[in-house]
Design a binder for this molecule. Structure first.
Ligand SMILES: Nc1ncnc2c1ncn2[C@@H]1O[C@H](COP(=O)(O)OP(=O)(O)OP(=O)(O)O)[C@@H](O)[C@H]1O
Length: 714
């Protein structure tokens, strides 16, 4: 603040008078200078008194002569003020002096200036407006909001920050009561007791404020209060975010510390930012000594830095640490496509343990398939032949024949690659048959653990062997009584069980394990396999007599790649099915996506197509299924023709002869294109649509076939 200076207050140009001068001279000087109190000095110019206007007027009123001397009227106990007086003392003097002015003297008591009440007031006004301006700047540039209200809680003023926070301006608040704009803010204690309130939390709508409320006093009276407030909504939000980040960090650390494997996390500069207990123990380091150190100080020749640089993950690679092989993975941490760190994971289990685990997993997988089948058996959804979707003439014929065959009781053998719909056909045959009143019991000959196969089939008598259930167990043959027994993967059945099954089929009866009671059966057997049973017979792995017993009626379902009509039809069928399941509305498939689906070889047949559509619907945005959401392997051009299911040996043979395969495939394709053109009355655009391919692609194919001369009738 500006320092008080007496020169700013005093009048400098004045005239001193001597004791011998007359009243007339004094009156003339007063009139000229407009100063009503003049210093009286002696011959040494020292102040000896003051002659005032009021004493002059008094002399005139008494009829005194104008020649009366100053010494007769002057006040000699004049208030003189030293120039180095401070502000408070000066205020005192001005307040108490009788004369109404003060003479400022220097150290030699010589007058230097005069302070009159009016000059003092002027300087006070100046000072006040200066202070006001200063206050206003502080108050307006404050980050916090500030509101003043009077003792009746009426609005007095608000600063700019306050206006912004409350979204109200000064003029709109004029005349308002505090309860109008900050309802519920209690300031009574401040106004009544004169006590300040600090750190009051106040909620207003969606906002949180922190307030300090201070009383304003004048002469011991509370005349209102000042409310300083800060919007802490963001702060509260940030605090809660910080709290959740801390919680997340603790959870992450807990999970990491409890993980069996060693985990090291690095930042974008490959400095260690996190390490779990297992890894710290493994590297025999203390967490604190390794945090924020370059990763190489912990793992000498790891590729962590490389992963951080390239963003390319390294998965399940063998790395020797202290001469021991470990499986490690290094995965980049990405944020908005930028690598911001990496996770190094070391699998502590020894590799032979991993192998053992993989075997166990495989076993568990088989068991899972087995139990899944058992659960499926419980479902009594009826599958009719109409549920089998096909536009393929060969498959349509199979459906017709299956309907006729279903009416009888002959055993049926269904062959075809994996995923072509063998089980679906078996279910439909069962449902269309007189055995439909009974159950359809499935036995996956490849999934039942070898040691359980016999008891699963024939069941066992009570107490048949140690560990057996007390009351014995019904075998599948018994459960299937009056219905159908679906023997899936029959090609995987052991030779010993094959003989037992043959006996059952011949005698239509069997004996449960550990029992000598013969049970008569009335079942229809439907067997299925994706293996070439004839070849297995040739190799002595499958009994000839059983083969003929089962193959009384035989159906071979063609692979999907030979049913390109079906690709389009099934695609739309699954689209509709998964639209319903997922509650989405993917209306169509882009032409590019259709072409990709058409070009693919479908080694996994309908199951693969169903999985592709299910997955695509999961990823689809909008209402069109586009090629970008199809799995990348479908778009790799060379793979589609090479891929062939290893299961059908006939197909395997053709797969080994690419030329033959290609020409056979071409033959199929051209036949389908021509059939489509015929079905659409020669309309090629419609034919392409029916096939789910673009017109240009169809023309291109026709032209190519015509050139190669492979087009029948062209
Ligand atoms: N023509 C079809 N119409 C509708 N769905 C089909 C068709 N063919 C197969 N599917 C579906 O494809 C999946 C695989 O079919 P399924 O299990 O019958 O094949 P599979 O030949 O028995 O296979 P695997 O030999 O591997 O047991 C099932 O979900 C089935 O419903």
């Amino acid at each position: 603040m500006k320092k008080f200076k007496i020169e700013d207050v005093m009048v400098r140009s004045f005239t001193s008078v001597s004791p011998g001068q007359s009243l007339k001279t004094v009156a003339e000087i007063m009139h000229k200078t407009k100063i009503e109190d003049l210093p009286v000095t002696n011959d040494d110019d020292k102040l000896i008194g003051v002659i005032t206007k009021s004493s002059l007027l008094w002399a005139v009123s008494q009829g005194m002569s104008y020649d009366t001397k100053v010494r007769d009227l002057m006040v000699d106990d004049a208030t003189n003020v030293y120039e180095c007086i401070d502000y408070e003392n000066l205020v005192d003097i001005v307040r108490t002096t009788k004369i109404g002015s003060g003479i400022i003297t220097d150290a030699d008591e010589k007058p230097k200036g005069i302070i009159t009440k009016s000059s003092f007031m002027r300087s006070m006004f100046k000072k006040e407006s200066y202070l006001n301006a200063q206050l206003n700047v502080i108050y307006q540039t404050m980050y916090n909001g500030l509101i003043t209200v009077d003792s009746k809680k009426r609005f007095l003023g608000i600063n700019r920050a306050g206006e912004k926070i409350l979204h109200k301006d000064n003029s709109s608040l004029k005349g308002a009561l505090l309860s109008d704009f900050l309802p519920g803010l209690d300031i009574d204690r401040v106004l009544i007791l004169g006590k300040s309130l600090v750190g009051i939390e106040y909620f207003h709508g969606d906002f949180n404020f922190l307030c300090n409320i201070t009383p304003m006093e004048e002469n011991g009276q509370i005349i209102g209060c000042v409310i300083v407030f800060q919007d802490i909504t963001d702060l509260v939000q940030q605090m809660s975010e910080l709290e959740s980040v801390t919680k997340l960090y603790r959870t992450l650390k807990l999970i990491m510390d409890n993980a069996y494997d060693g985990i090291v996390v690095v930042d974008d500069k490959s400095y260690i930012s996190l390490i779990n207990d297992s890894a710290a123990q493994f590297f025999r380091k203390n967490e604190q000594e390794i945090l924020n150190r370059p990763v190489e100080e912990l793992i000498a020749d790891s590729k962590v830095r490389e992963v951080v640089k390239t963003g390319v993950p390294i998965k399940n690679k063998l790395q020797f640490i202290d001469g021991v092989p470990y499986v490690v993975s290094i995965l980049p941490i990405l944020r908005k496509n930028r690598v911001i760190g990496a996770v190094f994971k070391i699998l502590f289990r020894h590799l032979d343990e991993v192998k053992e685990l993989a075997e166990k997993l495989d076993q568990a997988g088989k068991q899972l398939a087995y139990y899944k089948d058992r659960v499926k058996e419980k479902k009594d959804d009826k599958i009719m032949l109409d549920h089998i979707v096909t536009a393929d003439s060969a498959f349509k014929k199979i459906k017709e024949e299956a309907e006729i065959a279903a009416r009888g009781a002959s055993n049926i053998l269904i062959t075809g690659e994996s995923g072509t719909g063998k089980e679906l056909l078996a279910q439909a045959i069962h449902c269309a048959s007189p055995f439909a009143k009974g159950p359809l019991v499935k036995v996956n000959c490849a999934a039942i653990p070898e040691n359980l196969l016999e008891s699963e089939f024939f069941g066992y008598a009570p107490g048949a062997f140690t560990g057996a259930e007390k009351n014995g167990k019904q075998g599948k043959l018994m459960v299937a009584q009056g219905g159908s027994l679906f023997l899936d993967e029959i090609g995987d059945m052991s030779l010993s069980l094959q003989s037992k099954l043959l006996r059952v089929l011949q005698e239509r009866s069997f004996e449960p394990v550990g029992s000598n009671k013969t049970v008569k059966i009335n079942i229809r057997v439907i067997a299925a396999t994706n293996q070439n049973l004839e070849k297995l017979v040739e190799d002595g792995k499958f009994r000839t007599d059983l083969f003929y017993r089962l193959n009384v009626v035989g159906f071979h379902i063609p692979p999907l790649r030979h049913r390109s009509y079906d690709v389009n039809l099934l695609t739309h069928f699954f689209l509709e099915k998964y639209n319903k399941i997922f509650g989405v509305h993917i209306k169509k498939i882009s032409t590019e996506a259709c072409e990709i689906l058409h070009r693919h070889n479908w080694p996994g047949n309908v199951r693969e197509l169903e999985n592709v559509i299910e997955r695509a619907i999961n990823f689809a945005k909008g209402d069109v299924l586009d090629n970008d959401i199809l799995p990348p392997y479908l778009k790799e051009p060379n793979k589609t023709f090479i891929k062939s299911s290893p299961v059908d040996s006939l197909q395997n043979k053709t797969a080994l002869l690419p030329k033959k395969l290609v020409s056979k495939r071409k033959q199929y394709e051209i036949e389908e294109i021509l059939a489509a053109i015929q079905n659409t009355g020669g309309n090629k655009a419609k034919a392409a649509k029916l096939l789910g391919i673009s017109r240009s692609w169809m023309y291109e194919k026709l032209a190519r076939f015509a050139m190669e001369g492979s087009c029948p009738g062209q």
